[in-house]
Design a protein around this ligand. Structure first.
Ligand SMILES: [Zn+2]
Length: 437
């Protein structure tokens, strides 16, 4: 039996499209004839009526049902029958008031699309629910269309049969290509390390977090799983439906109970040892990516910043002190430290590299005590920085470490600095070989 529809908004819609050529009663009669007697879907019925009376169906404001692949990005009055692929909630601020919204991915047999539900839910939605959304609107977010279910929209649960079966098809991605703010991604990787911890969420809820490093043949990424999928170190997993968030300046593949996790055969990927080998990135790639975990950069040191060499830190807060005074704690007895802050350039871009005391001692070939003695003899702590400049400026380096990004650009925190590894002759030979090929 055909359910009793609220036709009033559609009658009004047709009326407007036809410039009130017909009376509301005439329109209602036409509409009921099409939908009830002939079983024509509402959308087609509306278009047919408008055409029949020489109107333009494009003028219909309350558009009717669309498939996800047909969504263009500026729809108003959109209706969709779809399945909830994922749902999460978060609190945002609207006019200084906290407001809870729901968001995730919906899908039909033609594709998937992100959505945001802006009003308190009249029904509890769960992953897997089949729903009919009416009168939603679409806008562009991160250059992709997103369905917005606002105050004028409604959401109803419908029977499973009304939404055809479909296979979720997230975007497949190599780990080296993950970028901040991507969503609905599929990755495959081997878990190189993992730890479990309890964290407090913003809502002051305790949650178990499983995080670590995952690798494929293209690179490594940090991951966090907000659900216990039973993942162990060395597992090869395929994760569908994760998203990328930046954590302390490094993009991280994250997933929760909405994701599908499959355990693959061990031989799907090389052994952990092989995958541990760190990938070399260009600086422009790192900038696009927004940082990386355990990366190698091959570049030339073009500048050594002030604050490099022998420095003194406040014993209270560890800030570098100037002329024996911390800008927070005043006059203090500084602790000596050695470090290098420099600029590396690889021809595609530049980044700041920070080299700690231990690695700086290796570069100088003497330890901090000797550095102190030298500075005392010269009555000048800058001599150490001068020596570092002499050793590093214009020097090609291979530096390994985590790369973070913020408003000031990229920063590489060195774990290893290799001055010998770039074999100029070998590179020249390789270039010659390439030319010959
Ligand atoms: Zn201090």
């Amino acid at each position: 039996m055909q359910e009793e529809k609220n036709l009033a908004p559609h009658i009004e819609d047709i009326n407007r499209a036809l410039n009130e050529k017909l009376s509301e009663e005439q329109i209602e009669e036409e509409l009921r004839t099409y939908t009830d007697r002939y079983g024509v879907p509402l959308g087609s019925a509306k278009r047919s009526i408008v055409k029949k009376y020489d109107g333009d169906p494009q003028e219909l404001y309350i558009s009717t049902e669309k498939k996800i692949e047909d969504i263009e990005g500026d729809e108003q009055g959109l209706n969709l029958k779809c399945r909830v692929v994922s749902i999460d909630d978060k609190e945002i601020e609207v006019d200084d008031q906290p407001k809870r919204i729901w968001y995730g991915i919906i899908g039909d047999d033609t594709g998937t699309i992100p959505y945001t539900l802006w009003e308190a839910k009249s029904i509890e939605l769960e992953k897997g629910d089949n729903i009919k959304i009416e009168n939603a609107y679409v806008n562009m977010w991160n250059e992709k269309p997103q369905v917005n279910i606002g105050s004028k929209a409604s959401v109803k649960k419908i029977d499973e049969e009304e939404v055809p079966e479909f296979e979720r098809q997230p975007q497949k991605l190599d780990l080296k290509d993950i970028r901040e703010d991507m969503q609905d991604l599929e990755i495959t990787g081997r878990v190189l390390s993992m730890e479990e911890k309890t964290v407090n969420t913003k809502d002051d809820e305790e949650k178990q977090l499983f995080s670590g490093v995952i690798a494929d043949e293209t690179g490594k990424a940090q991951f966090s799983a907000w659900h216990d999928f039973g993942i162990c170190e060395d597992d090869v997993i395929q994760v569908k439906g994760g998203y990328v968030r930046s954590w302390r300046g490094v993009p991280q593949y994250s997933f929760d109970e909405n994701a599908d996790v499959r355990f693959l055969d061990d031989d799907e990927l090389p052994e952990a040892e092989e995958l541990q080998e760190t990938s070399v990135y260009t600086i422009s790639d790192l900038a696009k990516r927004g940082g990386a975990v355990d990366a190698i950069v091959e570049a030339v040191m073009i500048d050594i910043k002030s604050g490099s060499g022998l420095i003194f830190r406040c014993p209270e807060c560890n800030r570098v002190i100037q002329k024996g005074a911390c800008r927070v704690h005043g006059k203090v007895e500084g602790k000596a430290d050695l470090r290098v802050k420099g600029i590396l350039d690889d021809g595609t871009g530049a980044l700041t590299v920070v080299i700690n005391r231990e690695l700086t001692e290796d570069i100088l070939d003497y330890d901090i005590d000797k550095a102190m003695d030298i500075a005392k003899d010269e009555m000048n702590q800058d001599v150490i920085r001068d020596e570092i400049e002499e050793k590093l400026i214009a020097q090609p380096l291979k530096v390994r470490g985590n790369v973070t990004s913020d408003d000031y650009g990229l920063m590489l925190i060195a774990d290893e600095v290799d001055r010998q590894s770039i074999d100029v002759e070998k590179e020249a030979r390789e270039m010659l070989d390439e030319v010959r090929v």
